[in-house]
Design a protein around this ligand. Structure first.
Ligand SMILES: Nc1ncnc2c1ncn2[C@@H]1O[C@H](COP(=O)(O)OP(=O)(O)OP(=O)(O)O)[C@@H](O)[C@H]1O
Length: 385
């Protein structure tokens, strides 16, 4: 049996028709062929090729392609701050905040090859393409610009985000697991939304690679808190009910982001994926999905980090390997017994949900209706549909 752990670059070679490589019945690999559908900043589209707009993802535009749409939106709310991110990069590289259109114009002048300009006639485009010998922008040239969540929940006055690990063993039917040992990553400098601090990345970006460069970085705890400690803190300060609701909402958003792309993913049974989900929680305790990483970093910055990542790999192997052994029969995507899940919890099993729905229909009879919860919160995992 072969367990292949490949980088996202190598995956293209493995699945390319030219490589002539075919996975055998006892081989599994850690990415789906087109996993980028969920993780590339500019690619989250539905099966009809339309951008997915989910109310838990900050409003986002592509630049330069959506510049006009962006300007329209900007003018509606001129006091909003936006965050610009280069599409093909990670670890906070090339990110900056914008709160004036003039900053964007300056950026477009300073950035060779990505002139932003307004077009209202096709003839202008034609002229431009002749002049520039038109080549479509590559991911290197494109940026996403997203509404900046400027009211993050602060702990000790500092902004943080959550890194959660989600294992997907099948997209159709969707089967996914949430890891209990995720963590919160804190900024080293107290949050300050004032315009003067917009350039201060130690205030705004929670990436460890950025924070590590700051004077106040603490190498012992690495500016991290386990999700479990975060949960306890929130239960103590805000109450159990709202804390449970927050984490239910995070689980629900995760499932919905996966379901949104599930129709587009090549659901190869040799593949599994361990995604790194990044969430920011705002001061109303609403979680916002910021990014999904297909290759979450497995390097460690502290000793507890090392132990956690070791456990993560161990638990992941314990789930995936038994599934590989049944690749050629119907058991290949069965959910393992609870005691074999380690720190993973089953997040969603579409087969189970369909079965539940069927049973519910039978119970209610024709025209029956399933009501939501009285407090308006989302239903529990077993019945997510
Ligand atoms: N819309 C937003 N509102 C507030 N903060 C944001 C927003 N988007 C990103 N950030 C902050 O910027 C950081 C970097 O953003 P993001 O994770 O999207 O970029 P990245 O460079 O791809 O990082 P990674 O290495 O995690 O892939 C986040 O960790 C978060 O702290």
């Amino acid at each position: 049996m072969d367990w292949i752990w490949a980088g996202v670059q190598s995956i293209r070679n493995v699945f390319s028709i030219d490589s002539g490589y075919r996975l055998t019945d006892d081989q599994v690999i850690n990415h789906f062929p087109n996993h980028v559908e969920l993780t590339r900043k500019d690619l989250m589209k539905d099966e009809n090729g339309r951008f997915i707009h989910l109310d838990f993802i900050p409003l986002t535009f592509m630049l330069p392609a959506d510049y006009n749409l962006f300007v329209e939106e900007f003018r509606k709310n001129p006091n909003t701050t936006w965050i610009m991110k280069p599409c093909g990069k990670a670890r906070g590289i090339g990110i900056f905040l914008v709160n004036k259109l003039s900053q964007l114009k300056k950026w477009s002048r300073d950035t060779r090859g990505i002139g932003i300009f307004l077009v209202n006639k096709l003839s202008q485009l034609r002229k431009w393409s002749q002049k520039t010998n038109f080549t479509p922008p590559t991911s290197k040239d494109t940026y996403v610009i997203s509404k900046y969540i400027d009211n993050p929940l602060l702990i000790g006055g500092k902004k943080f985000d959550l890194r959660l690990y989600v294992l997907v063993t099948s997209f159709r039917p969707l089967k996914c697991y949430m890891y209990r040992l995720g963590f919160a990553r804190f900024c080293t400098v107290k949050y300050n939304a004032s315009v003067n601090e917009l350039d201060n990345m130690f205030v705004h970006l929670t990436n460890v690679s950025i924070q590590k460069q700051g004077e106040d970085y603490n190498a012992v705890h690495g500016g991290k808190w386990t999700v479990q400690n975060m949960r306890l803190f929130l239960e103590g300060t805000r109450g159990k009910e709202v804390t449970d609701k927050l984490f239910d909402e995070i689980n629900w958003q995760t499932v919905h982001s996966l379901k949104a792309v599930s129709g587009n993913i090549s659901n190869d049974r040799h593949c599994f994926e361990c995604y790194g989900y990044d969430y920011i929680v705002d001061d109303n305790l609403k979680p916002w999905l910021i990014e999904v990483n297909a290759s979450p970093s497995l390097t460690s910055t502290t000793s507890s980090d090392r132990i956690m990542k070791y456990r993560l790999m161990n638990d992941l192997i314990n789930i995936v390997i038994p599934l590989v052994r049944c690749l050629s029969d119907v058991r290949w995507n069965k959910i393992p017994q609870k005691e074999h899940l380690g720190y993973f919890d089953l997040l969603f099993d579409e087969e189970l949900a369909q079965q539940d729905a069927l049973n519910m229909d039978k119970k209610l009879g024709p025209g029956g209706m399933v009501r939501g919860r009285k407090d308006g919160s989302r239903p529990s995992p077993a019945t997510w549909k």
